[in-house]
Design a protein around this ligand. Sequence first.
Ligand code: ATP
Ligand code: PRP
Length: 220
Amino acid sequence: MSQKVTKPITLALSKGRIFDETLPLLKAAGIEVLQDPEKSRKLILQTSKADVRIIIVRATDVPTYVEYGAADLGIAGKDVLIEHAATHPGALYQPIDLQIAQCRLCVAVPKGFDYEAAVRQGARLRVATKYVSAAREHFARKGVYVDLIKLYGSMELAPLIGLADAIVDLVSTGNTLKANDLVAVEDIMPISSRLIVNRAALKTRRAELQPLLDVFEQAG
Ligand code: ATP
Ligand code: PRP
């Protein structure tokens, strides 16, 4: 008699803070991850539950894996979700704010740069950021003209080296800004990570997903 092979539930996570902060949530559900992504080069990690596996992808790729159903679930920062939604509106179901990986999206400038005066005078600011959609929306709401320069990391360098007047970046302790003689001049929004779910899986695998959704619901 042929046995029906069911695909394990696949949860997409990024290495580092999201993986680290998700582990205790999984543990509370009795799910142990059997490999450490910091030590192993493996990208598919087994868990103590045969029907649940973890895939390790870049933070910015988590929404893509979930949208196309390669993963049923994922955990991604609001920053990443806003940028993804700009080109893929409504593609993901986002039921739960897990309150992990908390930080703020801010505008920052070099110490001594009079941001308020520049804005008042209607100067056209050059702003470097990885978060182009969130930044565009923020400055449009304020009625400030900006030229946005897309970067993929180390935004703090841009104003120090003459690439931009200001940056839009994530701030948590403020240590990175401080180390680079920058100051936050505007809070755009608080950021935390959310559970995201593939829309088709939500319908076709609801019964299998529900226990995990319940666990994350309790954590959120
Ligand atoms: P990628 O590798 O795709 O470029 P990344 O380097 O931003 O992404 P992480 O640094 O692991 O990936 O950040 C993952 C998420 O954690 C971010 O999307 C954000 O929501 C949150 N985050 C980023 N920096 C901080 C921080 N300093 N403190 C708390 N949470 C943060
Ligand atoms: C994030 C962000 C800032 C830093 C802010 O970088 O891009 O550079 O954290 O945190 P702080 O206010 O506590 O200093 P991250 O540590 O994720 O490095 P990465 O962007 O190179 O992954």
